[in-house]
Write a protein that binds this ligand. Structure first.
Ligand code: C2O
Ligand code: CU
Ligand code: CU
Length: 460
């Protein structure tokens, strides 16, 4: 069978959504082992791809940690090259952050003890190896981390992992004849690595059986560069309940949800009518040079949901989900400006260092910003030419404005990653020290980050 016939034969074969193994730190004496390892993964039957994973061949287990606990994670490395593990969204000091300054050599083990002191949220962990983040994450080095706490448990939201509380790691990957390939070249660098196939929790063309009731979906955009614009095939609405850093104050009813690389969202979907529906995405759009975020008409299936069993009595979504202590813009003692920049002439000539922030490429030896511990600042972030998702380590922030006006509905809540198409003003409080090792801020299109669209700051 030639490649084309083979593709036709398997194209319509749906497979059951894989659910990453759950490791609850409390069931393991607050000590978790993660092993970064090479492996082989069959995304399509009979076609093996070379991949990387934690404790497996692709992606990693979901780690569940509880607020107030101290959790040791022993990360060992058998990749044959350096790696790091960064806890994206966790509020911890710089020495535990797992950024590019903390390589774990092949054969070595890193044992950070993570103090969990923040509200319930969906976070993630991934490689942040110097210059190698994009390729290592593309090959599979990423996983989810769920923080829970008593306040969240008291709300009675769907919380049965893999049953009515379903993690969805959304990625796109390039396949040739069913085998994962890694795109290279100048256009790949410019737009970030994108693929011809959507993959959810490492599953191609997935379906999931769900109970006939309210179900929580924990969405992570774990793609290197692809933006998702999610909606259901039957147009049904859903409730957005959590941004990157945890529960919103009140849920927001939506019919579509935009998710940039690195962003997470938790949504509640009512499947009690028993009708199957498909979570879909618009075509990729946001990384075009045109700055257009409007997706094409054509939709791609992300995952199909098939409700099963008897209809359960409806759960009320609590009126109030959380209450945050509000920061005021007047508390800010300083304003800083960041522009994500691309040097087209350098890029055309194939030189690295064509990406930067304020025209400067990342330099491990240079601290770009020095910040006082406990300070509140306003960060103005803008982007030249393309849309870039901006991420800051070690903090949660709120969006004060977008394009000089009130932020979008989707900008609300505490966040660690934000889409920068129009300029935004972020109100940031620096609560974590980073004295011996700095924190990073960068574009979460990983190819941009690896090629220099990143800076670092100390907090003391
Ligand atoms: Cu999700 Cu600096 O990373
Ligand atoms: Cu991060
Ligand atoms: Cu970028």
């Amino acid at each position: 069978m030639g490649p084309f016939a083979w593709r036709q034969a398997i194209a319509n074969e749906p497979s059951e959504l894989k659910i990453p193994e759950l490791i609850d730190a409390r069931n393991h004496g607050q000590s978790i082992s993660l092993k970064a390892q090479p492996g082989k993964t069959s995304f399509y039957p009979g076609r093996e791809s070379e991949t990387l994973g934690y404790n497996g061949s692709y992606l990693g287990p979901t780690l569940r940690v509880h607020r107030g606990d101290d959790v040791e994670v022993a990360v060992s490395n058998t990749l044959g090259e350096d790696t790091t593990v960064h806890w994206h969204g966790l509020l911890i000091p710089g020495e535990l952050d797992g950024g590019p300054h903390q390589p774990i050599a092949n054969g070595a083990t890193w044992r950070p003890v993570l103090p969990i002191r923040q509200p319930a949220a969906t976070l993630w962990y991934h490689s942040h190896a110097y210059g190698r983040t994009a390729e290592q994450v593309y090959a599979g080095l990423a996983g989810l981390m769920i923080v829970t706490d008593d306040e969240e448990k008291a709300l009675g939201l769907p919380s049965e992992y893999g049953i009515d509380d379903i993690p969805l790691v959304l990625q796109d990957r390039q396949f040739e004849d069913g085998v994962l390939t890694i795109p290279q070249g100048m256009m790949t660098m410019m737009h970030g690595r994108q693929g011809n196939t959507l993959v959810v929790n490492g599953t191609v063309n997935p379906f999931a059986r769900v109970p006939r009731r309210l179900v929580r979906l924990r969405l992570l955009n774990g793609a290197n560069a692809r933006f998702f614009n999610l909606s259901f095939s039957d147009g049904r609405s859903f409730h957005w309940v959590a941004s990157e850093a945890g529960l919103l104050e009140n849920s927001v009813e939506l019919r579509s949800l935009h998710l940039a690389p690195g962003e997470r969202a938790e949504i509640l979907v009512d499947f009690s009518d028993g009708r199957p529906t498909t979570l879909e995405t618009g075509q990729n759009s946001s990384t075009s040079m045109m700055r257009s975020r409007s997706a094409g008409a054509e939709k791609e299936a992300v995952v199909r949901f098939e409700p099963q069993g008897a209809e359960a009595s409806p759960i009320q979504i609590p009126e109030q989900l959380s209450s945050h202590a509000h920061l005021e813009a007047s508390q800010a003692i300083r304003r800083r400006h960041f522009e994500m920049t691309m040097d087209m002439r350098q890029m055309m000539s194939g030189r690295s260092g064509s990406f930067g922030i304020n025209g400067r490429s990342f330099d491990r030896g240079r601290i770009d910003q020095r910040i006082g511990l406990g300070d509140v600042e306003i960060w103005e972030v803008s982007s030249a030419m393309m849309v870039h998702p901006f991420h800051i380590h070690g903090v949660h922030f709120t969006v004060l404005s977008r394009n000089g006006s009130l932020p979008d509905v989707r900008d609300q809540g505490l966040r660690d990653t934000i889409v920068v198409q129009e300029p935004v003003e972020l109100l940031v409080k620096f609560t974590q020290p980073a004295e011996t090792l700095p924190f990073m801020y960068h574009c979460h299109i990983l190819e941009h980050e690896d090629n220099g669209m990143m800076g670092q700051f100390s907090v003391s």
